[in-house]
Write a protein that binds this ligand. Structure first.
Ligand code: CA
Ligand code: CA
Ligand code: CA
Length: 265
């Protein structure tokens, strides 16, 4: 009897400890959070194959990236949705990290992928000790209407930790003041495809790591599933500039994004 009581108390204390830890991590930084459960394609039913052709060739500058700029308010949901993200590919030597924030009706943030390194066939720049398979997913969970999603990349954050650059959709907040994200709404799906550039600057040696950026925007490519109704509502919006999102299957997009052929350099 006494033993059972003690065990019960111990469990309660442990659970409280875990909760407190999770809360403090949340308060400090998404990057300190543990890797959420990664779901395989077999578990989610997601098929990455149709979207691999949208991954820019390695070290080939995406010339008209400006056309695919994402506005910070772009990912505003009109309808509630159980949001998920899916890893499409990476052409990066770095081990990048991806996180998200939701602001508005639903206020939360989280880490999505702690080590974005591609393993197996079809990777643009896979390597040793890589962990993600094409199409692997992480569920964000229910996001209510009138919430705005935003995504951040911590460039080589797995190795550099807090010393790493964090890049997002707002150019002015990026260390180099440049665009680091391209995004496309894919008609007929609930998907927004996003590509990040993980290197600082515009080609010349720059930044605290002396990086020569190739501006290929393929260093982390992923899909966020916000639901067909949200994407359709989005694509219907009368947007004055081409900035926010274009239907990926348009001619300009087809011209911009060459099909990836053969092995990346
Ligand atoms: Ca690349
Ligand atoms: Ca890699
Ligand atoms: Ca790059």
């Amino acid at each position: 009897m006494k033993n059972i009581l003690l065990t019960g108390l111990f469990l309660t204390t442990s659970l409280l400890g875990i909760t407190a830890q999770a809360d403090s991590a949340k308060a400090s930084s998404m990057w300190d959070m543990p890797q959420p459960t990664i779901l395989s394609k077999a578990q989610t039913g997601f098929n990455d194959q149709p979207y691999q052709s949208y991954v820019q060739q390695e070290r080939v500058k995406l010339k008209n990236s400006n056309q695919f700029r994402i506005d910070v308010n772009a990912l505003s949901l009109k309808y509630d949705y159980n949001v998920s993200t899916y890893f499409i590919n990476e052409g990066a030597s770095y081990k990048n990290q991806l996180g998200y924030t939701s602001q508005g009706t639903t206020n939360k943030q989280g880490l999505l992928f702690k080590d974005i390194s591609c393993a197996g066939a079809g990777c643009v720049l896979g390597g040793d000790k890589s962990v993600l398979k094409l199409g692997d997913g992480v569920n964000i969970g229910q996001i209510a209407a009138k919430s705005t999603l935003d995504f951040k990349l911590r460039a080589d954050g797995y190795n550099r930790g807090n010393n790493a650059y964090v890049f997002g959709a707002q150019d002015s907040k990026n260390a180099d003041g440049l665009q680091h994200v391209v995004a496309y709404g894919i008609k007929g799906t609930g998907y927004i495809l996003m590509g990040f550039e993980d290197l600082y600057g515009n080609g010349a040696s720059g930044g605290k790591f002396g990086e020569y950026s190739d501006r290929d925007f393929n260093d982390t490519v992923f899909i966020v599933d916000i639901g067909k109704k949200n994407v359709d509502a989005f694509l219907r919006r009368d947007v004055p500039e081409p900035s926010i999102m274009l239907s990926l299957l348009g001619l300009s997009a087809a011209g911009a994004l060459k099909l990836r052929r053969g092995k990346a350099a």
